[in-house]
Structure formats: C-alpha cells, structure tokens
Write a protein that binds this ligand. Sequence first.
Ligand SMILES: [Zn+2]
Length: 289
Amino acid sequence: MRYGKGIRGMTAVLLLCVLFFVPVGAEPVPGRDFGPEVPGIPEQTEGEYALDELPEAPDQDAEEAEAEAAEEAVGEATAGRLSGLIIGIDPGHQAEGNYDKEPVAPGSKKTKAKVSSGTKGRKTQIPEHEVNLQVSLKLRDALAAEGARVIMVREVAEVDISNIERATMMNDAGADLVLRIHCNGANSPKPKGMSVYVRKTGTKAAESREAARCVLEGMLETTGAQDRGVVRSNDYSGLNWSEVPSMLIEMGFLTNPEEEQLLISGEYQDKLVEGMVEGVAAFFEIRNS
Ligand SMILES: [Zn+2]
C-alpha cells in the first residue's frame, strides 16, 4: 500500500460513496454494527469466565493510558482506520466442488449445490479458487494492517465448506462486514468488467448494498476496470444465509483473455486489494460519521 496515494484515493472513494449513499431508514441499524467503537473484551478472556465469576473491572484510566502509550509507540499507520472492526473474507470455491444440495435461503424449498467448482482461465486454465485465494490472502494482510480483525473462511484449497457453512462461520464470528471473493466466467470470451452482488431483500440488505457501492467504487478507481454495477439478487446461498452485511465481489472475467492476464498478475491483484480496502474504509467512515 502506498499511503500518499491511499489518502487521495480514500478522499475520492468517500466522495463517490457519499454521492451514491441512499439514506436508509428502512432497517434500524443496531449500535453494534456501525456505532462508535466499543472497547472489546480482551481476547484471552473470551468465553473463559462464567458470568458470576467475571474478574474485577480493570482500572479504566490506567488501561487507557497504557493503550494511548502503545498507540503512540507504534505510530498512526498501525492504529488503523479499521481498528475495532471484524472483517470476514470468504475466498470463493475450493479445490473440489461439492454438488450435494442445500437450501438457497433459510426456510426455502429451492436448493443449490453446497459449493460449486467455479470458473477457470480460458488461456491458462487456472482454477478460480486459486485466484480467489491469492487475492484473499493479500486482502487479509492489507485489512489487518489497517487494524481490522480478519476472519478467513479458508486459507488453503483442500477444504469442504458449503456456502451455508461459510455464512454461518461469519455470523458466529459477529463480522461487521463480509467480502466473498470471486472471479466471473462466461461462455463467450467477450464479457469483462467487475460487479458486486448483494442480497435483494432480507437481513442487512440495505447496509450490504451501501458497502458494495463503496467497495466497487474503490476497485474501479484503482483498476480502471469496466463497471458492471452492484447487482441485487436473492439467488446466492452465501448471501441469503448471512446475518451480517455481506457482498460477493466478481473481480473480473477469467474467461476474458485480457482480464485473465490481469487477474493472475500480482500487480493487478494489489490494485484490486487497495481498492477494496479503500472502499471498506470509506463505508465505515460514512457509517460512523
Ligand atoms: Zn465464483
């Protein structure tokens, strides 16, 4: 990440987001999602104490002073724009698809494959799950560098995790936002460009859409890719089962020779990641302002 450019990019993404930001109001926004940062329970105590044996409250002043000193010591950059947030990353697909069925949404009779095998590069035959993971690992590090706590669905190819399980993992973690990382595919080599999918209706649909606009604007800014827009759809199990704001990012078409070349290059992957991080930061900046 280049920080000078990052700040300029951030301003641009923020402006674009504000332009697109639809005042919501349809769905009340619970404080824990977008409210001011709540001092977290120290990680090591999570789940270790029953309610009646909680340790005495620590001396708040001393703790704050200590935290301030630590922040000064590590400097502004590592304090991070995403401190206090939990961001989930789901690198789409896996080495082998699992075509057993699961309901596409809670209570739905319609079913879909637990996890499909994804698309592949027209020229190189590189499987989508590999590109998704390469970008996701870079994104993990970039978000962590901004202070976020990052939860990964997978960090290797050899897993068997259904789309419902992927969503449930993020619900259980209480993620503030989930990014599902994918590449698109088509029969024709012509289609290209990036789009972001969100659920059309249901839990966190409005927040997901706002976040998606910010992330798409961020990626368009850093990559110059063709804009295919934010698409609202109730056809994705991973989005329908999500109880937290989530989006599915189609970074580009592996079946378009030009984009395939870009998607497998480290340099372009860095641009994608930079755009995603700027978009995520802009989203929370607006929500918390
Ligand atoms: Zn995919």
